[in-house]
Design a protein around this ligand. Structure first.
Ligand SMILES: O=C[C@H](O)[C@H](O)COP(=O)(O)O
Ligand SMILES: C=C(OP(=O)(O)O)C(=O)O
Length: 362
């Protein structure tokens, strides 16, 4: 159904000249009623958040590991992956706090599939209400496994639909400079990592972390989907993610120490998370394993400041192209966005990181 856009007194020649359709959007409250939070998942979410915050604050000496697919395009495959990850997270839990990357919103450099919420049928039909339902259902299913999840927040309205089920958030390289996203961070109930820019500007992430820690007043929507002014408390659990640059990696010890100095100068806690994918591996999943191996050695040797790592990993290695409308021909468990490590390699890297933490403790 397509509704007529604009208020009754709209001037058709002035208003909405480039809006071609207006369709109903489910309200956050209705979605939450359809897929309600339950006590077991709530416990997973709360524990996931507090453990991440403790690691970021140095109260817990484990590593925060955000690991999972670049994007979710097949909820069944994501749940299959989550079951394996939940089992292995329990094995390494004394050294590593595992949060599964469950990314539903993809910021594109130019154009491309924008994620499960925007286009759940992978065919350009943009069934957003269906996408929101699939996303929330999956978050609750993963939470029921006892595994906390992390999401990138891109559309400033999306958190109202799903954020109660999320333990860690991210702001991507393409939106770290955005005031809208910094304000959003100041409102979010979980720790949020903010990335350096694609070109390699790390100060933008430091500035965003500082802005997000402050209180803001901005417009958003309520659970009923009505516009409202929101006043926020500020989020002290925001932190910088080094994701590499379009010119190469930025996880070297000198850059880490430069960022720690910038954080200190800004009056912020000296901690960073390193994303082993994206610019740090040139989106080459095999290089990602080498990045993790090097970081594990540095952590074992006692390098300070790196409190967490991000890995892009799925069931099968690499990536595949999506032809819109031909989702049936996709290989199971392989990324349709950036290349991912496969599951056996991921398991081995989690073990290696756990060993690095044990060595560092000794
Ligand atoms: O993480 C995923 C991608 O790197 C990001 O969405 C940009 O992708 P694109 O350059 O393929 O559009
Ligand atoms: C889009 C992502 O990364 P970046 O913002 O670093 O490109 C991502 O982590 O999915």
């Amino acid at each position: 159904m397509t509704l007529i856009a604009g208020p009754a007194d709209a001037s058709p020649e002035l208003d909405d000249q480039r809006i071609t359709a207006v369709d109903p959007l489910i309200s956050p409250a209705l979605l939450r009623q359809e897929h309600p939070m339950n006590p077991a998942v709530a416990k997973t979410v709360a524990h996931g958040r507090s453990a991440a915050a403790d690691i970021l604050a140095g109260r817990d000496d484990r590593l925060l590991i955000v690991v999972g697919p670049c994007s979710v395009h097949d909820p069944d495959a994501a749940l299959d992956y989550a079951r394996r990850l939940a089992r292995h997270a329990a094995v390494v839990q004394d050294e590593v706090h595992v949060v599964m990357r469950v990314y539903f919103e993809k910021p594109r450099t130019t154009l491309g599939w924008k994620g499960l919420i925007n286009d759940p049928d992978l065919d350009g039909s943009f069934a957003v209400n269906k996408g929101l339902r699939a996303a929330r259902r999956l978050l609750l299913d993963i939470g029921a496994l006892g595994l906390p999840v992390g999401c990138e927040f891109l559309d400033p309205i999306t958190p109202q639909f799903i954020a109660d089920a999320v333990s860690w958030g991210s702001i991507g390289a393409r939106t770290a400079a955005s005031q809208v996203h910094r304000q959003l961070c100041s409102a979010l109930s979980m720790p949020v990592g903010i990335k350096n820019s694609t070109e390699g500007d790390v100060q933008v992430a430091v500035d965003a972390t500082r802005a997000a820690a402050a209180s803001h007043v901005f417009s958003g929507v309520t659970a009923d989907g009505l516009a409202a002014l929101l006043t926020t408390a500020g989020n002290e659990d925001c932190h910088v993610i080094l994701r590499g640059t379009s010119g190469g990696p930025n996880y070297d010890a000198a850059t880490v120490s430069d960022v720690l100095a910038r954080l200190r100068a800004a009056g912020l806690p000296e901690r960073v998370v390193v994303d082993a994918s994206h610019g740090n591996s040139g989106k080459d999943h095999e290089l990602q394993a080498a990045v993790i191996a090097e970081l594990a050695d540095r952590i074992a040797a006692g390098e300070r400041g790196i409190v967490g790592l991000m890995l892009e990993s799925f069931l099968a290695a690499g990536r595949q192209d999506l032809a819109l409308g031909e989702a049936d021909s996709l290989a199971y468990g392989r990324s349709i966005t950036d290349a991912c490590l496969d599951w056996p390699t991921t398991e081995a890297l989690l073990d290696r990181l756990a060993a690095a933490v044990r060595t560092n403790r000794r």
